[in-house]
Structure formats: structure tokens, C-alpha cells
Design a protein around this ligand. Structure first.
Ligand code: NDP
Ligand code: CA
Length: 334
């Protein structure tokens, strides 16, 4: 509507220049499914109207289009056809893969299962091929999925692989072990699809940097992945402080020994209270790609005491937006 305030203000780490010639901009976002957002999430501090799909769908589109990414990786998509038709008008082509037993299906008046999606600009890339996977844990299929697509830059012929996933949610030692196993399967899958191509791997990993899956991904030898935000912020000597939470029950948090942003999701739930932490990432092949810029997160006061979602932001997860370019070693490593 005309009276609604605009999306939360965010700016890029570096002022946008026109110096990047063969750059690739990626946007990663858990966009909150319609069914889960309205019926399951318990976002008690978000006004009911702001939680409606009618309200959120335009903000999701606005968030994507105003950042003008070449690639969009989404989780909790239960309106793929809507996104496909709107983003289709902006030169995007999409791939969707639903979760095998989506929690959406257990809620009446659902719009089908939620799943992961990748959109890419078809005037910039050719889709070489893609594959999908139900992630396995100890050789047994789980309820979490991944998509990996090999894309060729039309202008240069350079190829790379983009991969997205949404790992198992919720806390507990067993679940963090399960996410680690899902991460191992994701790495196998990504390597199998990408072969020797550089990889951009984005998702909602539902795991803080201290969880085993984070280390598993960064320590995988053949893939040699690193985290885009942590790398770029470290290169600029920026360590962002954890914001003060109004309803925090945490006592004596562990010191942070990485440069990841202090949060990628910030919400207040009916049951769990306030949650503000980093669980979404953009990983990339450090030998063949270089990250040049990223979209910073909104200020605490800007987000407001009710956190997100809100009339000013359609999800409890903030989008991660990164600019990549191919390094010189792209050719020589072939
Ligand atoms: P996950 O545990 O991965 O979570 C599913 C979704 O719930 C995610 O999108 C997650 O969002 C969201 N979520 C996380 N924490 C909370 C919270 N505290 N409150 C509300 N929502 C939250 O689920 P699985 O895919 O493994 O599926 C299991 C779920 O499916 C069960 O929890 C159940 O709800 C549902 N189910 C129901 C059945 C039934 O008969 N009713 C049968 C089988 C499954 P995010 O990742 O952003 O945190
Ligand atoms: Ca969610």
C-alpha cells in the first residue's frame, strides 16, 4: 500500500562502482513459506497483517529486484509459480525442489510443500545442467533437500556451479550432529555436480559458526570453500558487535573468533523468545572466486524492538547479497 514504509535500509560494504566486468551477484534468502509463516512460526510480535502473504509477497519481490542479483537462492519457497511468473518478467529462470515431507502439508489450506529454489538471469547465463538431492544422514534420506546448477557465463564462457540448501532446524546435540551429516552429504553432492567448476554454496544451514557443520564445510579439502561475509569483513578488519537483545536469556556468551556477521536472523517467537544469530551463509571456492562486496545488515534501531518479520521486512532471515568475480587462477586450475 501507499502508506507503508519502505524496506529496512541497508547499504553495501563498498560503494557500488562499475569496475567489475565479469562479476556475479548472488542473493541468498530464507523467504518464509506462506503456510509456515502464518500458521506455525509463532512470530508473536509481528502484526497479523504483516504476516499475510498478500503483504509479504511484494516485499520479497522488492527485496530481490532492488538488489538486482544475477542468481537468487531461496528456501521455504511454497509459491514457486508466483515467483516464477513475476521474476520471469525480469529475465529470471527458476528451478524448484520441494522437501519430501514438507511441514506445510500438515497444515490445512497449504499451498503445497515448501522447498529450495534457484533463479538465474537467462540473459547472462546458460544452464549447462542441474541436479537435485534429498540429503542423506547415515545413508538414510532426510527431509532436507539441495539443488546444484552448473551455469555458463554467456559473455565469457566461464562456468561455475551454484548450490543451495536448507538444513534441519532446531537445537540440540543430536540435531547439530544430524546437520553435520547433512553437510557432508551436501559437499559430496556439490562436488559431484560441479566437477572442477568453482562453487557458490548458499543456504539456511540452521547452524551457528560454532557448530560442527560449519567447520566440516570449511575444512573440506578438495572443495576449499570459505565464507563470503567472514572473508570480506576480515579483509576489511571489521568485527561487528552482537546487538543487545531485549529478551535475551543467554548468559555469558562464548567469545567470537570469526568475522561472520553477528546475526542473519532476528525474531521473537511465542515459545523460544528472542533469537538473534548467524545461521545463513554464502560459501565459495576460494582458489577460483573472489568476493568483492556484500550487503550489510540493518542497524538495531532500524530493525525495531519487534524485530522481524515486520511491515518493513518480509522474513525473519535477512538476505545475504555478495558480488563475486573469477580469479586469474580460474583458467590455470582447469
Ligand atoms: P525442520 O525441523 O527442519 O523445520 C521445519 C520448519 O520449521 C523450518 O522451515 C523451520 O524454519 C521452522 N522452525 C524452526 N524452528 C521453529 C520454531 N521454534 N517454531 C516454528 N517453526 C520453526 O522440519 P522437518 O522438515 O525436518 O520436518 C519436521 C516437521 O514437519 C515437524 O517439526 C512437524 O512440524 C512437521 N511434521 C508434522 C507431521 C504431522 O503429522 N503433523 C508429520 C511429519 C512432519 P527455519 O529453518 O527458518 O528455522
Ligand atoms: Ca523458517
Amino acid at each position: 500500500g501507499d502508506n507503508l514504509p519502505p524496506l529496512l535500509t541497508r547499504s553495501f560494504l563498498k560503494p557500488i562502482g562499475n569496475d567489475i566486468t565479469d562479476g556475479v551477484r548472488v542473493l541468498q534468502l530464507n523467504s518464509v513459506s506462506k503456510t509456515l509463516g502464518q500458521n506455525n512460526d509463532g512470530f508473536v510480535r509481528c502484526p497479523d497483517e504483516a504476516l499475510t502473504w498478500e503483504c509479504r509477497k511484494y516485499l520479497i519481490i522488492q527485496e530481490i529486484i532492488q538488489n538486482d542479483p544475477d542468481i537468487v537462492c531461496l528456501q521455504e519457497v511454497d509459491h514457486f509459480k508466483f515467483l516464477q511468473s513475476v521474476l520471469g518478467t525480469q529475465q529470471y529462470e527458476g528451478i524448484f525442489y520441494p522437501k519430501p515431507d514438507s511441514p506445510c502439508l500438515y497444515i490445512s489450506e497449504n499451498n503445497g510443500p515448501d522447498g529450495c529454489a534457484i533463479f538465474f538471469k537467462k540473459n547472462k547465463f546458460e544452464l549447462v545442467n542441474y541436479d537435485t538431492r534429498i540429503l542423506e544422514v547415515w545413508r538414510v534420506q532426510s527431509n532436507q533437500v539441495a539443488i546444484a546448477a552448473n551455469l555458463k557465463v554467456l559473455e565469457t564462457g566461464k562456468e561455475f556451479s551454484v548450490c543451495t540448501t536448507h538444513l534441519k532446524a532446531r537445537n540440540g546435540a543430536l540435531l547439530s550432529k544430524l546437520r553435520n551429516e547433512q553437510g557432508k552429504d551436501l559437499l559430496r553432492f556439490a562436488q559431484h555436480v560441479a566437477e572442477t567448476r568453482p562453487i557458490i554454496m548458499c543456504g539456511d544451514f540452521n547452524a551457528e559458526p560454532c557448530e560442527p557443520v560449519y567447520k566440516t564445510i570449511l575444512q573440506h579439502k578438495p572443495l576449499a570453500l570459505t565464507s563470503a561475509y567472514a572473508d570480506l569483513l576480515a579483509a576489511h578488519g571489521i568485527r561487528l558487535p552482537k546487538p543487545v537483545q531485549s529478551e535475551s536469556h543467554d548468559e555469558g556468551e562464548e567469545p567470537v573468533d570469526n568475522h561472520e556477521p553477528p546475526f542473519t536472523t532476528w525474531k521473537i517467537r511465542e515459545d523460544g523468545g528472542e533469537v538473534c544469530h548467524t545461521i545463513d551463509y554464502v560459501f565459495y571456492s576460494k582458489d577460483k572466486l573472489k568476493v568483492n562486496n556484500c550487503l550489510m545488515f540493518p542497524q538495531d534501531q532500524e530493525i525495531g524492538l519487534d524485530r522481524t518479520p515486520s511491515f518493513r521486512y518480509p522474513s525473519d532471515h535477512f538476505s545475504l547479497v555478495c558480488d563475486f568475480e573469477f580469479t586469474e587462477s580460474y583458467e590455470t586450475n582447469e
